[in-house]
Design a protein around this ligand. Structure first.
Ligand SMILES: [Mg+2]
Length: 388
């Protein structure tokens, strides 16, 4: 089996103004991602997704060029089933041959940022291909299912005081048993964020899980003040209280509260997660499979988390290919106990594939079909592909 082509495309789905939410990232009036497709001489095509940012905005021209001009030539002619060898080739460049002999990595300058994102998209496509070539779902390749279904929490909650309780209540009415709302600099003040969280807890009652995400926007002191003000709201986690650049500050926040700290959506490779763990800065690791290094690297990150008694809640703010990756990983990996289900307007999650992700009793059930089990709607892909 040989790789014959590697294709990348910038998908940009426009969101009508009346359905676009506003956050600290601005008005979210489009959803963007990079779709990766790997063709083989057996007629199978693997699907991957690579993201250059944690949100839904962003320019994907550079990553498309990177995949076509720099990474594709390293893959053409290779057997796509040699996933580990291909990952090391992409990550270590011309020194990849040392890996088999020495057993460690030899990254070259430039193997961070969008290169690791690009590797992520290619790696996901290779796992999809392996499953398709064997006629097995990806979760079986990862060791089989240890759970039949996985709870999905609703990720949204941007509304102001007086509206956020109702907004979150609507997610519960759609079946979710846990919800996540945004706080931080999108609000007028720490007090405003705390008031919104209080309203949320009062509206939801004690039995619905409630998490908050500050998008890394607070200072250490603001985050600590917030944690103190909502100490009685029984929060599942406080996500990115401070900037991901301030790992020591995040550890300081964590040491001062018993609210679990979640983080890691913009981190890449197991090495960055090792650093977060060693700094004692995190309770819940949130690798994004389309950013952190693909399924291969996220499995390694999950092993690290399990070793340290931490949990993993993959960041899944993206398209259907990313979401399917997270779902397959979650049912096969003990340490992943919940999935993020975006409740912002997301055409790339809901309109891109033939098989919609159906929430059943607040849970998602992985497909039995080979690979990631998803089929692209070619008409939709064509209509939202940004011309190269
Ligand atoms: Mg987040």
């Amino acid at each position: 089996m040989k790789i014959t082509a590697v294709r990348a495309a910038w998908l940009r789905a426009v969101i009508p103004a009346e359905r676009a939410h506003r956050s600290d990232f601005g008005l979210n009036d489009s959803f963007n991602t990079c779709l990766v497709e790997i063709d083989t001489d057996t007629g199978h095509t693997g699907l991957g997704e690579a993201k250059v940012g944690v949100g839904n905005l962003g320019n994907y021209a550079a990553i498309v060029t990177l995949i076509h001009s720099e990474l594709a030539p390293l893959l053409i002619g290779r057997d796509p089933r040699d996933i580990t060898a291909l990952w090391e080739t992409l990550y270590n460049g011309t020194r990849a041959h040392y890996v088999a002999r020495e057993g460690r990595t030899f990254p070259i300058v430039g193997r961070r940022g969008i290169t690791v994102s690009a590797i992520s998209g290619i790696d996901i496509a290779l796992w999809d291909l392996l499953g398709k070539s064997l006629g097995q779902p990806v979760w079986r390749l990862l060791g089989g299912r240890l759970r039949d279904r996985i709870p999905a929490y609703a990720s949204g909650g941007w509304a102001p005081v007086g509206g956020v309780g109702k907004q979150l209540r609507q997610y519960v009415e759609r079946g979710h048993r846990a919800v996540k709302m945004r706080v931080g600099l999108q609000d007028k003040s720490v007090d405003d964020s705390a008031a919104r969280v209080r309203e949320a807890r009062q509206t939801l009652g004690p039995d619905v899980g409630l998490m908050v995400d500050a998008h890394g926007t607070w200072s250490v002191r603001e985050a600590q003040r917030f944690a103190r003000k909502v100490a009685d709201c029984d929060l599942g986690w406080l996500e990115e209280p401070v900037s991901p650049d301030n790992v020591a500050g995040q550890a300081e926040v964590r040491a001062s509260t018993d609210i679990p700290i979640a983080a890691g959506e913009s981190e890449q490779t197991r090495f960055a997660f090792r650093d977060l763990i060693e700094a004692r800065a995190v309770d819940v690791l949130q690798p994004d499979v389309a950013i952190a290094g693909g399924i291969t690297e996220t499995v390694r990150i999950c092993a690290l988390a399990a070793t340290h008694g931490l949990t993993v809640a993959p960041h899944l703010w993206g398209g259907a290919v990313l979401f399917a990756s997270g779902l397959h990983l979650a049912v096969a990996t003990p340490v992943v106990t919940t999935l993020e289900f975006s409740r912002g307007e997301n055409p790339l999650l809901h309109d891109l594939i033939e098989e919609p992700f159906e929430l059943v009793d607040g849970h998602l059930v992985p497909s039995e079909r080979p690979g990631l089990g998803i089929t692209l709607r070619r008409d939709v892909v064509r209509s939202i592909t940004v011309a190269p």
